[in-house]
Design a protein around this ligand. Sequence first.
Ligand code: AHR
Length: 789
Amino acid sequence: MISSLKTLATGALLAATLAARAQHITVNVDQPGHPIAPTLWGIFFEDINLSADGGIYPELVRNRSFEDAATPTDWKIAGAAATIDDGQPLNPFNRHSLRLAAAGPFTVENDGYWGMNIAAGESYRLKLAVRAARGFQGTLTAQLLDAAGHELARGEISKLTEKWNYHTLTLKAAGSDPHARLVLSGTAQGTLFLDMVSLLPEKTWKDHGLRPDLANSLAALHPSFLRFPGGCWVEGDDFAHMNHWKNTIGNIDTRTPLWNIWKYNATQGLGFYEYLQLAEDLGAEPLFCLNVGMSHHETIPLDRMDQWVQDALDAVEFANGPTNSIWGARRAKCGHPAPFNLKYLEIGNENGGPDYLQRWPLFVTALRAKYPYLQFIANTDLRGRPGPTEPAPDFVDEHYYETPESFMSRAPQYDSYNRQGPKIFIGEYAVTSKCGLGNLRAAIGEAAFMTGMERNSDIVQMASYAPLLVNLNHRAWNPDLINFDSANWYGLPGYYVQQLFSANRGDVTLPVQVDSPRAEVGADRGRIGVGTWNTSAEFKDVQVTAPDGKVLLTSDFSHDSAGWTTLGGDWSVADGALRENGEQEFIRALAGRPEWTDYTLTLKARKIHGSEGFLVLFHIVGDEDRVWWNLGGWGNTADAIENGSTLDRQPGSIETGRWYDLRVTVRGKHIQCYLDGRLVHDLDYEAQAKIPALYACSSLDRQSGDVIVKVVNANATPLAVPLDLKGNPGLTGHGTAAVLTSARPSDENSLAEPLKVSPKNEAFAFTGQSLTRTFPGNSFTVLRFGTKK
Ligand code: AHR
């Protein structure tokens, strides 16, 4: 979700930081400030984008328990009549199985999550439950086949019984293919039932059951904490579809798969215990985010909250309790008698308002009474309402999803923050607009904001980028820090920003003064478009006119939608209108030229059905950009301009069945929106463009003696910056630099070019306490200056 609570306030601060003189950075090495919170840089794991199933939880079979649908979805069956059966369940939590009625040769295939990654020489453990009907005759062959059908491994399953029985095989692969599949086959007469068909690699990270390369990609971030198991996944659209930790522990055969808000079935194979183990293996503090009794659409009545509070108490007992406690014993049974030392609990996710204020004390009071050492994290309300104060939270969790420039404008926001209140946990942040699929410019925006976090880590004591992982075949959110398929992964440029900050923390801040010219940001430009969000609507008479009156585009949709590109949804042309019937989120149709900066867009729009109104887009460069006039947003309650941040939001709703006249004039960053001839938004966000080019923070690493200076150049072109290290630091004259940059701000990494935008290391020498260093345009540099210890 989007938070833009402080954009305008920081705009004013920002203007004051722009330098009267040329660029310059001064570090006062002899005036160490506050310690840098050791918890500062962590990670946030949400079960989103198939990050767990199809990701770090390496189950290779999809829909292993046949619970996902009324048909054998994700399975390919030939030679047998296949149905989903609930006559004789494997166990009470796993009620469906696959019924196969065969009269000869048959095959049952599964290719997992867009292909199973099978590697030569590695072993895979196949475990499945089988039940044969009376009179069934036959055995089963299990094979791993590559995409071309060549056999990589084989085993036989025999002695099938009339009762459910588990069979296990170790399949050792003779060849490799990241797109392999499992095939069970036989020649049989009769009926056979299959359930919990699981294929797991024997080699896992630290032997704790996770995919090694992805777990290593997390470990390489050196996270101090692990927030889990999600944000919206903790809330759920409703209570039936949210993460209930008690349903995610113990035998995997009894963890009922659950429809996840991010549009897939979650096996819960990565459950509460596994998250705690992952945190321990990463050397990170576990931070459990729990549901406060509020889903996206429901609230538990106050007089029924006891069970929810008890679940929270039980969660802490499971994590930390002695082995003779009920839940501590369950943990020990899972294989970890020692406590996990859970200290951080977040009560709710993005919740707020009176319901939140009433439920917060129920949890905190009960938990603190039993576990006085716990640190409680409160949500920051997305609607800006006051947060809880009784009992006072230890931390408040702020979330930011915005443009690169908004993030730059946030760099000074904590410099003048109230030090008397709770500490800050920036639990979710990422540049999500004007960022492509996660490009260099986004990373530069994040780095600029992070210099402000580090500089203020007396108050900002925890921060985590979001989301962390995406299976490239199921992108429910854009962008995501670590992108992967069945076999490989790459990090966004922002991944390397996270890594560089984390690996170069230092122990104590050093005061840094930055004089900076204004950044050359360049004009906003891009295509136009129309769109919908969970709504069906139609659009007609679209015209784009240049300021001199020249018509740049006109579409009457009398025959077709030539010149328009649709992104998602179900679009058609009817009665001279472009109609969207899909009723899904984030549906767009785009037209026009990427170089357009100044124009007037006129059109008519009519809502047909659904929960919101419509979107009118402008400044669209990348397909993921979200710059638009949102009419009837927020459940048809408000009207706003959004550019990643919500700007100029006002109450407003759209009537169904009525044609509206819409006009948007775009003159660079000056936007005017007219609804039926009435000016509803007149917004000049030029002020946001008045951002400095340079951002910096500095720290001292007491162990190595290094003075660390982190510098962001958000300018389009290089800047030669004099750097002064004041205060007799005893410099050796030798230093190292890690530089993250690339030829274009829009450059991204990919599976084909995973390290295209990644840091380059170099050594440098200098004399005295000053040097001038040229920082490339759109770059993030970590300098380490050696000192004589
Ligand atoms: O990080 C993606 C989502 O953004 C999280 O689930 C939610 O907390 C936020 O709205």
